[in-house]
Design a protein around this ligand. Sequence first.
Ligand SMILES: [Zn+2]
Length: 386
Amino acid sequence: MDTIKDVWIKGGKVFGSNGSLAPDGAVADVLVKDGKIADAGKTPPTPEIRQIDATGSVVIPALTDIHAHIYWGATALGVKPERAASRSGTATFVDAGSAGAANILGFQEFIHRPSPFNTFAFLNISFPGIYGFSPRVMIGEAENPKLLDAETCADAAREFSDLVVGIKVRAGRIAAGDNGDGALRRGLNAAERAGLPLMCHVDLEPPRIVDILDSLRPGDILTHCCRPEPNAPIDDGQIRDAAWKAKERGVLFDIGHGMGSFSFQTCRTMVDAGFVPDLISSDIHCMSINGPAYDVLTTMNKLLALGVSFDAALAATTSRPAGIIGHPELGRIEVGQTANIAVLKADGGAFPLFDVSGEHIDFEGAFSCQHLIARGALVPPADMQN
Ligand SMILES: [Zn+2]
């Protein structure tokens, strides 16, 4: 199949967020020439260019999924990003700790370099990464303190600084057994040494959610922030003081939906109190990509269904994660930059909106993705790729 790198997107409402092609929400054309965003006024489109009629649609920077598992073939939980990209308008996938120091080289060689998408990684504090995660075999990579060497992790983060954007620790009973507090401390130590943010997973205690929240530094990320109680940022239907204090300090709250970590009830309590999550991500892996998470666009639809504004949801899936990974250009539509663009229509969405407890919401305003341009090239639908 020929790669299409010249595209004229006509008549959509553009939300380029500071790329300054047009004010956010204005109807404008977006021209992609040789994979780069061009000035339609200066470079008139040629007649043979691929045209996309975006009337009635929104044209946005392609989404950045800051918590995904894409180390396909090397870890059992990994999925090919191709499966989720075109259906969700996602051009940037950040792997959240599938690889550790022992196998980040493989991530670089077999995933990052050949990928048609922008790919990055949070490096797991555990040496082998998430090595035992499947429907029948489930071994926490943070259970054994011998696997958690902060210096080794920080050295690898520095060596692979082109793609490693932070450190990941899965601190919680399921991933760390009794070692949750120790895993959290070592994760923080590695992040400190590497000068990078820490993304911390939470499940059951230990550690207690309040201890995690009190330990995280400004710029660190709590993922699975809308998990069902217990050990959630809400307790008995109220947001914990420790969560408010962490938010005020600059700790970022990330959805990380996955198979067990997103509850409408938790999220509703937070949103109704004005505690809007900073980052919306899918946590797609082998047991969440076919539901209940599906992808980051479906996760974003759930937040919209609960009343989060379009602007806030868009920032949480584009400019904010792109900034955190040190690539703000991936979160805007700007003349001269490589095109990473999604065209979305509010037509009810591609997937039903279920949370992990089985609660279902009907939402007519849910978005589906009509077109994706990733790294300058139009991405065909997943069923047309090999
Ligand atoms: Zn995950």
